[in-house]
Design a protein around this ligand. Structure first.
Ligand SMILES: O=C(O)C[C@@H](Cc1ccccc1)C(=O)SCC(=O)c1ccccc1
Ligand SMILES: [Zn+2]
Length: 157
């Protein structure tokens, strides 16, 4: 699949509220998912959201992998999450380092919920309900922000 150009901070597309996906079987959506996976891999990211490739749809990829910063992070098959939402979250929030493919060269400490229960449609259209903790919960919240026009620098304390 093709690698797409990543919108940089300042591009208004990153500040829009993305639209829900109506038809998951639409080949344009399936191709977008493949392109998102390819783009995240080539950019060495642990996630990416459709608005970052100028497609204002409520879909993102979570692709956790261990890194020097997060040596205990799980190795995940890059997972497409469509029309995702948080349905429950822990009381406590923890600060952790984040970066963003749309804000190169910047790292910041961001408070995120330590544990979340989420619902999303997978790329086959099946409803998934899962609990995520720690780094995967962090990535999910970072990507969900992108669907709501938020960028991690907005949350630096
Ligand atoms: O802009 C994005 O959505 C990708 C972003 C996702 C993310 C990284 C770290 C915490 C939460 C979400 C990245 O993958 S930035 C590059 C990266 O791989 C990385 C950066 C900092 C810490 C760990 C990984
Ligand atoms: Zn980002």
């Amino acid at each position: 699949a093709e690698q797409l150009e990543i919108a940089q901070l300042g591009n208004p597309i990153l500040r829009q509220n993305a639209q829900p996906v109506e038809d998951i079987t639409d080949t344009a959506i399936q191709q977008l998912i493949d392109s998102l996976i390819a783009t995240a891999a080539s950019a060495n990211g642990v996630g990416i959201a459709a608005p970052q490739v100028s497609q204002s749809y409520r879909v993102f990829i979570v692709a956790s992998r261990p890194s020097p910063r997060y040596p205990n992070a799980p190795e995940m098959v890059p997972t497409a999450m469509i029309n995702p939402k948080i349905i429950a979250y822990s009381a406590e929030r923890v600060k952790g380092w984040e970066g963003c493919l749309s804000v190169p060269g910047v790292r910041g400490l961001v408070p995120r919920y330590q544990a979340i229960t989420v619902e999303y449609l997978d790329r086959q259209g099946n409803l998934q309900r899962q609990e995520f903790t720690d780094f995967v919960a962090r990535i999910f919240q970072h990507e969900l922000d992108h669907l709501d026009g938020m960028v991690f620098v907005d949350r630096l304390e």
